[in-house]
Design a protein around this ligand. Structure first.
Ligand code: TMP
Length: 185
């Protein structure tokens, strides 16, 4: 996709810890852009509507056990299965506002101890975002927002590790055009 093509939609990704406010920020951006007359869609990963997405949901709610590498590939496969639709939409001029993408894939899996380079490899060839908005919140503040509990990753200790790995990712040169929003207050 050519970023110079003016009729092309933009791929804007929101990233952050669980409970960082991605979903509400996403919704606001979509309403704003629609108000300006843009065609915008709100997507999210994992996309639970596919069969891969259902395997991911079962894992997240502890209904199935999977090796860390296996679930990493499933998250990535879930993005790959949407790639051509994503390309079609962007080329048709629709802007996609996406809640989580490859950065979640890498930050969460490296937080479990998997190798950084290994984690990035399956993401190569996916459409690169035009902008990644990182909602910066402390793990403690996010936990205060409530609702932590049933899901495998929603544990304060684990979210602390994820925050560290997001930071490493942000400071690395991995195709991120990051705009950081301070949500700590
Ligand atoms: P959410 O649907 O509530 O945003 O939660 C998705 C969870 O899955 C969240 O804890 C982040 C995690 N995740 C990964 O571990 N790898 C990924 O590639 C993605 C997209 C999400």
């Amino acid at each position: 996709l050519s970023a110079n093509n003016e009729s092309r939609g933009a791929l804007v990704v929101f990233e952050g810890l669980d409970r960082s406010g991605k979903t509400s920020q996403c919704g606001r951006l979509v309403s704003y852009l629609e108000g300006l007359g843009h065609s915008v869609e709100l997507w999210r990963f994992p996309d639970r509507t596919t069969s891969v997405g259902q395997m991911i949901s079962a894992y997240r709610t502890n209904k199935s056990q999977l090796d860390d590498h296996t679930i990493h590939f499933l998250f990535s496969a879930n993005r790959w299965e949407k790639r051509s639709m994503m390309e079609t939409k962007l080329k048709a001029g629709t802007t996609l506002r996406v809640d989580r993408y490859s950065y979640s894939g890498v930050a969460f899996s490296t937080a479990k101890g998997l190798d950084f380079e290994w984690c990035k490899a399956p993401e190569i060839g996916l459409i690169a975002p035009d902008l990644v908005v990182y909602l910066d919140i402390t793990p403690e503040k996010a936990a205060e927002r409530g609702g932590y509990g049933g899901e495998r990753y929603e544990q304060l200790e684990f979210q602390r590790k994820v925050a560290q790995h997001y930071k490493l990712l942000k400071d690395s040169s991995w195709k991120m055009k990051v705009f950081c929003v301070d949500c700590r207050l």
